[in-house]
Design a protein. Structure first.
Length: 363
DNA sequence: GCGAAAAGTATGAT
DNA sequence: TCAAGCATACTTTTCGC
């Protein structure tokens, strides 16, 4: 029996939550921004459809958005608040999966559920579940979402984007899958961004259908074995990847834009100190230790670098992050004559602190 | 010269 | 020209034998 997977994607999530919290925003262009702390510099995180119709979109510089519409409502992100809303929505979606193991949260506003066992090949059943989820989210959270249903995650994900907002798109048979993908530009394929799309265009591959028919050997020689094969399969709507609960992120990082560009280690360390507080807090919440510390440096010319170090033992102290970051940063600045614009830190190699024994407990 | 681990870069989605 | 912050996948280099 073939699989049935549903993908639920909240509509313009951050901006929708803000609209819900402040109904006077309805009908106005709402733009949720991440600010850099330097004047009004920053990027658009999400915006509602009124704003999108003016040409504003995610990732766009806020200053550009303001040029397009100075009168739009510009709000700073409130990530912690959206996360609380998201958590409740995710419980609703999860409750309709075959089992808790058949739920996969992809990001703050989207998730997959496997409903193969529940629906046993019956797509009408899948549609009923989708409508039920949409209704529960609307009633309990006053928010809309778009749902895609397909024979795998790839198709479900792309189907959910087909009709937005408040959409429901069902793609069932292999013929429907083929027709659904065929004429779309390659950039619409899930996992193909600007860089890959451009490379494909250069190979004279413009649509997903063309990609599906393209010589696999050439794709592999251009993109490497794994990614080449993945492109070919995806273009044909083939995706065997299972719906699996995601462990929490296996790295925790924070990055900021400096108040002003600098090459001074001590000054930059002042920012890193604050970043380390955040990282440590998240780490403690989850009772985790880390084995690697890395720093990211973005120069005044927007070139990105990273340096990292593996520790001898798992560790969970802020002091370790600071001394390691200091060492990496001062070495980097010695070797590279650059001016720093943004700086970030990250810990990885995470493991449970509770299960490990600290040296002192031996004595 | 090999496989594994570490280090560093590229990419994507919001 | 403008340009946030985050995670992950992928590639290259180094390590231990």
């Amino acid at each position: 029996m073939f699989r049935i997977v549903a993908h639920v994607d909240m509509d313009y999530f951050y901006a929708a939550v803000e609209e819900r919290e402040n109904p006077s925003l309805h009908g106005k262009p709402v733009v949720v921004c991440m600010y850099s702390g330097r004047g009004d510099g920053g990027s658009v995180s999400t915006c509602n459809y009124v704003a999108r119709n003016i040409g504003i979109h995610s990732g766009m510089p806020c200053s550009r958005a303001r040029q397009l519409n100075p009168d739009a409502i510009y709000l700073p992100v409130r990530k912690d608040f959206y996360t609380k809303v998201s958590d409740r929505i995710m419980r609703i979606i999860e409750s309709h999966a075959d089992s808790p193991d058949s739920f996969e949260q992809v990001s703050i506003d989207e998730a997959f559920i496997e409903i193969s066992k529940t629906c046993k090949g019956d797509f009408d059943c899948a549609v009923r579940i989708a409508k039920q989820i949409k209704q529960e989210i609307l009633e309990q959270e006053k928010l809309t979402c778009s749902v895609g249903i397909g024979p795998n995650k790839l198709v479900a994900k792309m189907a959910s984007s087909e009709q937005k907002p408040d959409g429901l798109t069902v793609i069932t048979t292999p013929d429907e899958v083929a027709a659904f993908l065929r004429d779309k530009p390659v950039g619409k394929l899930w996992g193909v961004g600007k860089v890959t799309a451009l490379k494909l265009e250069e190979m004279n591959i413009h649509t997903i259908g063309e990609l599906a028919r393209h010589d696999a050997v050439e794709l592999v020689s251009t993109f490497g074995k794994k990614r080449g094969a993945w492109l070919k399969a995806s273009a044909q709507g083939i995706d065997e990847s299972p719906v699996i609960p995601r462990g929490r992120a296996d790295q925790i990082g924070r990055i900021v834009t400096l108040p002003h560009n600098s090459s001074d280690v001590e000054e930059i360390m002042g920012e890193i100190d604050m970043l380390a507080d955040d990282v440590i807090e998240k780490l403690h919440e989850r009772k985790l230790s880390f084995k690697q510390v890395s720093i990211t440096i973005i120069t005044s010319h927007f070139k990105a670098y990273s340096r990292n170090r593996t520790l001898n033992l798992p560790c969970s102290e802020k002091e370790t992050i600071l001394t390691t970051a200091y060492s990496l940063l001062s070495q980097f600045l010695e070797d590279n004559n650059v001016i720093v614009r943004r700086v970030g830190i990250m810990v990885s190699g995470l493991q449970e602190t509770s299960s490990q024994t600290t040296l002192s407990s031996y004595f």
